[in-house]
Write a protein that binds this ligand. Structure first.
Ligand SMILES: [Zn+2]
Length: 289
């Protein structure tokens, strides 16, 4: 089966430094936070080495294509990544409430970035803020998806006040031609994410990460149950596979791919539908073959 991973992160030594400058996030803080959450430590490499490592991971695990998301605005790196191999797709990110957000975004999309990742929880904005409204006509014009991280977040200093996926409802209604992807099934806000599946046909869900948010719910559930709920509510056409692979030496999170494949097999999701989840849907949203 061809696999397209819709949620990976590019993070190089230089990009980590920029993150420190742009967002005040220092490497030391990130390492401490990851230790506290019992996440594995990481090593940073320069751009060239990081890209080479990703390419060999894609070959090793037969990943056809992957969408890489930056944590801060890294236009040059994301463009260089996409140029390095046609297996790599680069997204941009920015604070849509910023004064020049529309100009910055249009330039990003003109030079070949293929979508936008928004981090309201880390950048402290509501996606329905009137100041953010200026970016949505642009993503509509360039026909690119908008991926949003709502809910729990591993980043230090994130604020859940901006984490409710219901913020997206007025935006998804106002821009029915724009496709929105809620990452990690809403990362804790699964109920709200499911409600939106009923309300808005232009909202999609990525399955990425270990989905450890399940441990913070006040009731018992499993990833298999979550898959089942979203398959029923949104259908296989609106689920998008991803792993949220990010750092080395851990590299590509093949364990997540295997686990999700096993769940879909157990739920008796047919081959054609699995092909949509593992790549067909995201390729359709990106107007790729
Ligand atoms: Zn991520």
């Amino acid at each position: 089966m061809r696999v397209v991973d819709a949620h990976l992160h590019l993070i190089t030594r230089e990009m980590m430094e920029e993150m420190g400058n742009e967002r005040g996030l220092k490497e030391k803080q990130i390492r401490e936070r990851r230790r506290r959450l019992r996440l594995p430590d990481f090593e940073l490499f320069n751009f060239h080495t990081t890209v080479r490592k990703w390419l060999s991971e894609f070959e090793r695990y037969h990943i056809e294509k992957g969408i890489f998301l930056p944590f801060v605005h890294n236009r040059e790196e994301m463009i260089a990544l996409a140029k390095a191999s046609d297996r790599f797709i680069g997204f941009t990110t920015l604070d849509p409430t910023g004064e020049d957000a529309d100009e910055i975004l249009e330039e990003d999309l003109q030079v070949g970035l293929r979508g936008v990742k928004l981090y309201p929880v880390n950048r402290f904005f509501h996606v329905n803020d009137p100041q953010a409204d200026k970016i949505y006509p642009l993503v509509e014009k360039y026909k690119v998806p908008v991926m949003i991280h709502f809910g729990l977040n591993v980043g230090p200093g994130s604020n859940l006040l901006y984490g409710n996926p219901l913020d997206l409802h007025p935006v998804a209604l106002k821009y029915p031609q724009v496709n929105f992807i809620i990452a990690h099934f809403g990362c804790g806000f699964a109920r709200e994410a499911l409600f939106l599946a009923y309300q808005c046909p232009n909202i999609y869900y990525d399955t990425s990460s270990s989905n450890a948010w399940i441990r913070y719910l006040p009731y018992k559930t499993t990833l298999k149950d979550i898959f089942q709920r979203f398959l029923e509510a949104a259908g296989p056409e609106r689920l998008i596979f991803g792993t949220d692979s990010n750092f080395f030496p851990r590299g590509y999170r093949y364990d997540i791919l295997q686990k999700q494949k096993r769940i879909l097999d157990e739920l008796r999701v047919g081959k054609e539908e699995q092909e949509k989840i593992f790549g067909g849907n995201i390729l359709r949203l990106m107007s790729l073959r």
